[in-house]
Write a protein that binds this ligand. Sequence first.
Ligand SMILES: C[S@@+](CC[C@H](N)C(=O)[O-])C[C@H]1O[C@@H](n2cnc3c(N)ncnc32)[C@H](O)[C@@H]1O
Length: 242
Amino acid sequence: MDDSTIRALDEVRRSSTWRGRLRRWFTPPAPLVMNPEEWRIDAPLGRWNLYIGGAAARPQGYVNLDLFPLPGVDLAADAEFLPFAVPLFQRIECDAVLEHVARPDAIVGELSRVLLPGGYLHLVTPFAHPFHEYPRDYRRFTLDGLRLLGETAGLVAVKEGWRTGPTATLLVFVLEYAKLWSPKWLRAAVHAVLGWVLFPLRYLDHLLFRKPGVRQLGNHCYVWLQKPSAVQRLGDEKPPLD
Ligand SMILES: C[S@@+](CC[C@H](N)C(=O)[O-])C[C@H]1O[C@@H](n2cnc3c(N)ncnc32)[C@H](O)[C@@H]1O
């Protein structure tokens, strides 16, 4: 597998040359707003927490595991074969990773295995989003599909919804479409101009997040899953029939 795309992105983000700085200066704001509802949950960090695929993100309070040994990565490994023998983690973040892996069900099974009873797994995936390789791009998820992945691994969904909405979808596709028509030398400029003109529309998603129809066109969805504790499992058992 090739990590050149990820390395190139990391270099652009961190470059201190005048070209790198100029590029960051003209980069328009992201064409999306995040749904604040996603983080209204009581899922505290524990002594050990795991972040999957955080290359270049440097998440605080987590062991950062990625396929590639990039800056900020604590452990280079494939999340399908986690190098932990027993459950260790109170909270696991797996944000925008499952679309890039060959067997998402195997990875969620592994994440469930290393999660402590009572601990939380937070999954985020794109639904309507352009092709993007890190280092591959295999699929998209509906919210129902994402929840099913977690439930199949023995976890209980405790909260779910849309991180980024239909307007984000519209804007990211317009920007990608415009790139298709632009010669390579003009692409960055077209992206910058359109990005600056269109980004104020992103706030419309605050009006759309609560509508049921958001699932038709939402951009990224999330689900919070909890691993049942032994006590919960006993409590869930059906009472014996008379
Ligand atoms: C789209 S990025 C995730 C971005 C990240 N959530 C952030 O906020 O910066 C996907 C990441 O998943 C990593 N990745 C892909 N397949 C993986 C695997 N099988 N195991 C571990 N990490 C993987 C990639 O190397 C990449 O860094």
